[in-house]
Design a protein around this ligand. Sequence first.
Ligand code: ADP
Ligand code: MG
Ligand code: ZN
Length: 498
Amino acid sequence: MTAEVFAIEDALASYDPVMGLEVHVELNTKSKMFCGCPTEFGAPPNTQTCPVCLGLPGALPVVNARAVESAIKIGLALNCEIAQWCRFARKNYFYPDMPKNFQTSQYDEPIAFNGWTEVVVDGETYRIEIERAHMEEDTGKSTHVGGATGRIHGASHSLVDYNRAGIPLIEIVTKTIEVPPAKAAAVARAYVSMLRDLLLALDVSDVRMDQGSLRCDANVSLKPKGSSVLGTRTETKNVNSFRSVERAVTYEITRQAAVLASGGKVVQETRHWHEDTGITTSGREKSDAEDYRYFPEPDLVPVAPSREWVEELRATLPEAPSTRRVRLQEEWGFTDLEMRDVVNGGALELVVGTVELGVTPAAAKKWWLGELARAANESGQALGELGVGAAEVAEVQKLVDTGALNDKLARQVFDGLVKGEGTPAQIIEARGLALVSDDSALLEAIDRAIAANPAVVEKVNSGKPAAAGALIGAVMKDMRGQADAAKVRELLNAKLGI
Ligand code: ADP
Ligand code: MG
Ligand code: ZN
């Protein structure tokens, strides 16, 4: 097989990508899906198990009501229909970290189906259709020891931890996603990132991609430009960061394009994502008709959520992110372009937090998208990682409002905050940034400016008050910028009688 990969531009010149995203969310319930075992992350291996989640003969599962509630909330937040009646199903396959030899899942009767959601990329909104969101349980975790890669290949032995076996999972599956080809990878990333925000707002999961409580499998296929026939897809498993989702989709597009262009066929298979090298490698072949011998779970009663319960849960949903954006834009009086800058700059939540502390939306936007965005850009950090929060921005702005700082000095305070020099008060003290509000010091500087610029004074006296600007400049310079320009103008005007 060819190892050659196309450049992304070349790939997209000949082929249109089609994606399908499967996201697994571990719920944050206190107990497991079908037993009372705790779900804490990081407990010593095999200390959170019981006969039910170990699949011992005769053990009987019971559905976790809170997990069903979370599933319904997720379904509603994704604009899904909620099943009147649905069942669990056994998905039969052997895997050493799955003690029951089947996974209790849902098959043709998911709890939520036919939904949609939206993501924003570069200011454009893209609609994503949701096929279904179903309930299932997580597997245990295998650790392969003694090899170089941590994979089973080359390992001397394997360990298995069943603490995770039976933790409630929701699998959210999109319908096929077709967006402008150049946006595909970014849309995939934006979708997972949007889901994370949504799940966080619903308070149903920790959504920690690094701990595996949010995992994404990315299905990608290509079709020749203009064709309406779907190509063969690959499924890249367990991509574990937003950035990796974008990179993995891009890589698969470039790889499949090279395969197809050389007359080859894309193999329908799962693929592994390699974070370090940025490539995917072949996993196992997987046909559409994988025979899992699904059948309805005989040990569990069907789930039939009453319409009253569903409506009760709908009423508890937080505002949808897109609705919220529209509302905030109106409240803040921002133009479309201003709002787009805030959203794309990753500053939305920071501006919200700053405005909540009494700062005007315009001032909050000015600092976050100006001084702080520049600092973040320089250090290659996200805005939220700068170590400066809404509270600091509000504190500095308050000092500007009371005339203790001007914008120029405030920028220096932010510089100090980013560099970890302490609180705004400490930085002002250490860097000597306070504005001189003492009238006598200002009047002395004004006298010096008048004495040094007789020609300017003459101009003003001969009926050209605008010339006084040069004197204000001289005073500001004398004060090394640490004067309130409006105050200087006021005092100067009084002195010159204008
Ligand atoms: P599987 O059992 O293989 O995981 P699922 O139904 O759970 O199948 O998910 C398949 C995902 O792949 C869905 O998101 C679906 O929209 C998507 N998909 C199906 N066919 C294609 C294709 N030809 N190209 C890209 N994505 C596809
Ligand atoms: Mg699947
Ligand atoms: Zn258990």
